[in-house]
Ligand binder design. Structure first.
Ligand SMILES: Nc1ncnc2c1ncn2[C@@H]1O[C@H](COP(=O)(O)OP(=O)(O)O)[C@@H](O)[C@H]1O
Ligand SMILES: [Mg+2]
Length: 219
């Protein structure tokens, strides 16, 4: 379970303080599909990045399975991000000179990739419907295909949590729906907790949990 307690986040823009989060508390149960909704600038991404330990809150705490992210040492936070969190971003974040398989394997390339891991990457790409695109580079693929590579990359480590920031923001509605279907299916198989930031409510189903943000607070 993820617990968010009295979290505030204040950025400095020049001399001006920007209060992105103004006291947010909530709990997110394990293996659930959650949406963070709200207008642009309401603090959705800020909250997501705190859950992913990409940033620290100004005050308050985020914990996962009773481990406080703010109390962790830097190596512990790095290990949490590397091993337990899968990130999916609006802009796919793929490397243009690598093919689909290597893009899935990017996090592991520096330390060397075993044959078994390469095989897992290929099988995951087949699961997301890209079995015949394994050696294609991002510029040979559609937006939806690129986002499916990014999802495969996020899921290869079998993360406990998948954090997706506007994952369908650059996709048309039909392609977006396909991407959500994949994300739901794969994460249900792995009992992954999913948190998706979006401002498109058309992808919600009745079982989803919804956090609505406005002006840095939960409604
Ligand atoms: N790194 C930053 N520096 C300064 N202000 C920021 C930074 N990141 C976000 N903000 C501001 O914080 C507020 C909330 O941003 P954000 O969490 O990105 O909202 P959302 O994802 O809902 O659009 C906005 O006013 C935004 O401009
Ligand atoms: Mg955002």
């Amino acid at each position: 379970m993820i617990e968010i307690r009295d979290v505030t986040k204040t950025y400095l823009r020049g001399e001006t303080q920007v209060h992105a989060l103004r006291g947010v508390s909530c709990e997110i149960a394990a293996a659930t599909f959650n949406f963070i909704l709200g207008p642009s600038g309401s603090g959705k991404s800020s909250l997501l990045y705190l859950i992913g330990a990409l940033d620290n809150p100004t005050s308050g705490d985020v914990s996962i399975d009773e481990r406080s992210l703010t109390a962790m040492t830097t190596p512990e936070r790095d290990a949490y991000r590397r091993n337990e969190v899968g990130f999916v971003f609006q802009s796919f974040n793929l490397l243009s000179n690598l093919d689909a398989v290597d893009n899935v394997l990017v996090p592991w390339l520096p330390s060397g990739v075993s044959a078994a891991l390469r095989q897992q990457a290929e099988s995951l790409l087949k699961q997301v419907g890209l079995g015949d695109r394994l050696d294609h580079r991002p510029n040979q693929l559609s937006g939806g295909e690129q986002q499916r590579i990014a999802i495969a990359r996020a899921l290869l480590k079998k993360p406990r949590v998948v954090l997706a920031d506007e994952p369908t923001g650059e996709l048309d509605t039909a392609t977006g729906a396909e991407v959500f279907q994949l994300l739901r299916g794969l994460c249900a198989e792995q009992n992954t907790t999913v948190i998706v930031v979006t401002h498109d409510e058309s992808f919600l189903t009745p079982d989803d949990r919804v956090l609505r943000m406005r002006d840095g607070k939960l409604e």
